[in-house]
Design a binder for this molecule. Structure first.
Ligand SMILES: [Zn+2]
Ligand SMILES: [Zn+2]
Length: 172
């Protein structure tokens, strides 16, 4: 079975990790190792934005963990790329590495009460979306497909955790 590294980079919702591992096994046939990487976070931080640079974190994960088939980084830090105010995540198209930020997936971020079920569902969707890119999938027009692009949480909440039929076939 292909192996995935799950890198926990200041990711504090450890209770939901079993659900994430289970999802990787069921959706992508991946067995995962949990890793807390030794990383000097100052190199990835932008003081003016108070955010972390997702592309650089992906590079870090590839430099150190390329012996894995897939590398998924999870973080509670807010992520950015220079042209956008924030990103929920980033991935290499047809590559190994993906990163997902939980920062803006917590209902509390929007001043709403804690809702673990909603949070987990959002996180699983974003993980499936970013990993989908690593399997070569591009954005899908089907608004219920997990590969539909989302620029805010409402758009994440509309879509399903699953791939549409056509995206699923492309992964195989
Ligand atoms: Zn995408
Ligand atoms: Zn699709």
């Amino acid at each position: 079975m292909p192996q995935a590294a799950i890198l926990l980079i200041n990711f504090n919702s450890s209770l939901i990790i079993p659900a994430i591992e289970d999802n990787l096994k069921k959706k992508f046939n991946l067995i995962s190792d949990l890793i807390i990487p030794d990383i000097d976070l100052r190199n990835y931080y932008s003081e003016s934005r108070d955010q972390y640079y997702s592309t650089k974190l992906i590079e870090f994960s590839l430099n150190k963990y390329s012996h894995y088939d897939k590398i998924l980084s999870l973080t509670d830090f807010d992520l950015y790329v220079p042209v956008l105010t924030f990103v929920f995540g980033e991935a290499q198209l047809n590559g190994k590495a993906a990163i997902v930020s939980a920062h803006r997936l917590y209902p509390e971020f929007y001043g709403l009460p804690q809702n673990d079920e909603l949070f987990i569902s959002r996180l699983i969707k974003e993980i499936n979306h970013e990993l989908g890119h690593t399997y070569g999938l591009r954005h899908c027009l089907d608004f219920q497909c997990v590969m539909h692009s989302s620029s805010n949480v409402d758009e994440i909440d509309i879509k399903a955790e699953d791939f549409c039929e056509s995206c699923r076939l492309k992964i195989r």
